[in-house]
Design a protein around this ligand. Structure first.
Ligand code: ZN
Length: 204
């Protein structure tokens, strides 16, 4: 922790963070994109995209999950999405999943989550949509990386669909003003696979 603390304390003294640059950020933000990613410490959207302060609006949680809109319950995810689309005017949104995802692996492996009620409740949001992919099929045996990759990628596609069901997102998409992107990040290589129109993820 000490190294992290030391870095935070000297952050404002690093190159590129002179007083004028930092002061300009106080005038407001106009991020180019919103990235919805897993909280996993190995996946750092700003680092992957090379973004500096003010350039990427991040929403992170376990499993990069977008709760359905309109549940009535207070939702940090819903608030963040609304603010990005309706206040900041963000017009590109990325849902970024990743290899070796603990949240998706818990679903894939059928882990006993009775000791983690918060995780269990959270993952219940996505379990029904992913159930068809949780059944092992040819070439994707339980516990294999390929199987988990498939589940993570289907989760990304599902979360994009949920995101598109938010009223603000639907309005913008109907007007052709919102672009949704699916990214799959490989932790072990740093490679980025992008979701194409054909529903597959490939390096482009
Ligand atoms: Zn994850």
């Amino acid at each position: 922790m000490q190294a992290l603390l030391d870095h935070a304390r000297s952050f404002h003294r690093n190159p590129g963070r002179d007083a004028d640059t930092l002061r300009a950020l106080a005038a407001g933000q106009s991020p180019e994109a919103m990235v919805i990613s897993c909280s996993d410490s190995r996946v750092v959207p700003a680092l992957i995209t090379g973004a500096g302060p003010g350039e990427v609006f991040e929403l992170r949680n376990a499993g990069n999950i977008v709760p359905p809109p309109g549940s009535g319950a207070p939702s940090g995810e819903a608030a963040t999405i609304e603010y990005a689309l309706q206040v900041l005017g963000v017009r590109d949104v990325v849902v970024c999943g990743h290899s070796h995802c603990g949240a998706m692996d818990a679903l894939a492996s059928g882990s006993d989550l009775s000791g983690l009620p918060g995780v269990e409740a959270w993952l219940s949001l996505v379990r029904p949509a992913l159930t068809p992919y949780l059944t092992p099929c040819v070439g994707t045996r339980p516990g294999t990386e390929a199987r988990l990759e498939r589940i993570v990628q289907r989760n990304i596609v599902h979360q994009l669909a949920v995101l598109g069901s938010y009223p603000a997102a639907r309005r913008l998409m109907n007007a052709g003003e919102l672009r949704l992107h699916g990214w799959y990040y490989r932790v072990e290589t740093g490679a980025l696979l992008e979701l194409g129109d054909d529903g597959t993820f490939e390096a482009r």
